[in-house]
Ligand binder design. Sequence first.
Ligand code: FPP
Length: 243
Amino acid sequence: MSKKDLEGLVIPEHIGIIMDGNGRWAQKQGLERFEGHKAGARVFENICEYACDIGIKVVTFYAFSTENWKRPEKEVNALMELFRRFFARVNARESENEKKRMRIRYIGSRAGLPQDIVSLIDILESGTENKDGLTVNVALNYGGRNEILFAAKALAQRAAKGEIDPDKLTEEDISSGLFTAGQPDPDMIIRTGGEYRISNFLIWQSAYSELYFSDTLWPDFSPEDLDRAIIEFNRRNRRFGGV
Ligand code: FPP
């Protein structure tokens, strides 16, 4: 399959991806779990490029959840090092980034992340904010409930100051308090690795998303697998609660 196989199909505007199966991929080949994350990071970059080529507008990747801190310290540190290197490398690669017109956004809680990673993210976000091609949201230290709580607290504070009337709050008020404010909701959520859960990922935004589960372990996920998901997306009849 290739870009040509998508001719005439609707390309989803926003796809959310839960990159699962790195650990199992590594274990299957007798490698340390971290090697799976390293391979997964290469696939992440490859899929970003492909998504940009085929005209997807936003891809949100679940890179590290608020629950992932419970993993062994060695694995957490190794993942942080991977994020650090990726952000630093993209910051140093401005011209290539320019060519791809990719905008990189961070979604998640900065609190609790190593300070140097927060600084790298800030530089990357401001350095790419004017790009109008693909937006890549990297969800790191992210939890969907936490995100909704954050939006609710901000609204409650404004209500307490008398700036807004709680009776007049709308769903849009919540949406615009989320990290994804201003972006379209995901048309499709893909989870690799053969698990069938959403795991606290974009739980408000995915109310009407098509869910696509793949048994492929994330380090084996290819542009052809993304094509398959898009073809399946086109087979589904989206009614948004209508008939
Ligand atoms: C889940 O697989 C994967 C993660 C917790 C980490 C995902 C991160 C990456 C793919 C790296 C992305 C890199 C950048 C630079 C954004 P798992 O470890 O739970 O796999 P398992 O279910 O097989 O154990």
